[in-house]
Design a protein around this ligand. Structure first.
Ligand code: BTN
Length: 341
């Protein structure tokens, strides 16, 4: 993890300024340091900081002391996100959109136009966000993260069956650490906090014969949206990190941590470390020992869960004692009243 600005591909000047202010950890950074790092005049630095202030970033200026960041926006800010990503060592390109139809769709379009992978698409709002099973993913502006990651992995398609679980588990751990909250993974695609959804994942791959052409992993993460504006049904089933956190959270930092986690996990996964990535499954398993209902070979079945097998399939011990493995589908917990799928 480096915050040195010397050996970098060119960063946007605002990203560099914000990165330097973040280096100051809330303390003052001299105007001289900023002008030296950017190679622009003091007036130009002042002008850029003024614009960033108008965009919702609190920046205090004091004569003889310099500048410091006093407040962060409660929504994704392109350059602040980039500054955090840079400080976390992320070097993949982030395509940022204030609003877009769906980040998964945009990633697919970019892949089709031969953009180099891996890359990341981020949006503050989606107008046609997609969920699993053809559902819509409610994606209002401000506070949440909608993001997709595009890869051209050199692996046979059968090796991809557990990738979403690896991403989900790594994200649960990272968010647990970051927000100090008991984030859990609900097989196969959700992250939960006390039984309510804080994230959904949607993996889409294009396969040619026996080779993976490309893969898009989409993540919708509820960081700090105003839940009062959500439809009632979503308010009942879902929550945000901010609503539960006992400590202040930076939306852009949390988003950068999530992006870093997925990129690092992908690198490990594609280099063959699949089983290691699933090692802590039981500690983060939202379904561990729960009675659940699902569909198996076209029939409705119930039973107690017993974790996952090596292929990432859910192990289910039915009331008869017979164990089956479920490899896809929806799962509801308990009596069905707590359905979270
Ligand atoms: C689900 O739980 O049904 C999966 C939801 C996945 C939503 C994310 S938001 C970013 C990416 N773009 C989309 O259109 N969908 C995924």
């Amino acid at each position: 993890m480096s915050s040195s600005l010397t050996s970098l591909p060119p960063l946007d000047p605002d990203t560099r300024l914000l990165s330097l202010l973040l280096d100051g950890k809330g303390g003052f950074v001299s105007g001289q340091r900023l002008t030296d790092a950017l190679g622009i005049s003091r007036v130009a630095v002042w002008g850029r900081l003024e614009k960033l202030r108008e965009q919702g970033i609190g920046i205090e200026a004091q004569r003889h002391r310099g500048y410091r960041m006093t407040e962060e926006p409660e929504f994704l800010h392109h350059r602040l996100l980039e500054a955090y990503a840079y400080r976390l060592g992320i070097r993949a390109e982030i395509h940022f959109h204030a609003a877009i139809d769906s980040t998964n769709s945009e990633a697919e379009r970019l892949l089709a136009s031969a953009v180099e992978a891996p890359f990341v698409v981020v949006a503050s709002e989606q107008t046609a966000g997609r969920g699993r099973m053809g559902r819509q993913w409610h994606s209002p502006d401000k506070g949440n993260l909608y993001t997709s990651f595009a890869f051209r992995p050199q692996v046979p398609p059968r090796d991809l069956s557990v990738i979403t679980l690896c991403f989900g588990l790594a994200l649960a751990k990272a968010l647990h650490r970051e927000a100090e909250l008991p984030v859990r993974i609900k097989w196969p695609n959700d992250l939960l906090l006390d039984g309510r959804k804080i994230a959904g994942m949607l993996t889409e791959a294009r396969i040619d014969a026996d080779q993976t052409r490309d893969l898009v992993f989409g993540l919708g993460l509820n960081i700090a949206a105003d839940t009062n504006s959500w439809p009632e049904e979503i308010q009942r089933m879902a929550t945000t990190l901010r609503q539960n956190a006992k400590k202040p959270l930076s939306v852009n930092h949390v988003a950068a941590v999530a992006i870093q986690t997925v990129l690092q996990t992908a690198a490990r996964f594609f280099s063959g470390q699949r089983q290691e990535l699933l090692a802590d499954w039981d500690a983060y398993d939202a379904l561990g020992g729960e009675t659940i209902h699902t569909t198996w070979r076209g029939e409705k079945i119930s039973g107690k869960t017993a974790g996952i097998d090596r292929e990432g399939r859910l192990r289910l011990v039915q009331t008869s004692g017979e164990e089956v493995v479920v490899h896809a589908g929806e799962v509801s917990i308990g009596s069905g009243a707590k359905k979270t799928g």
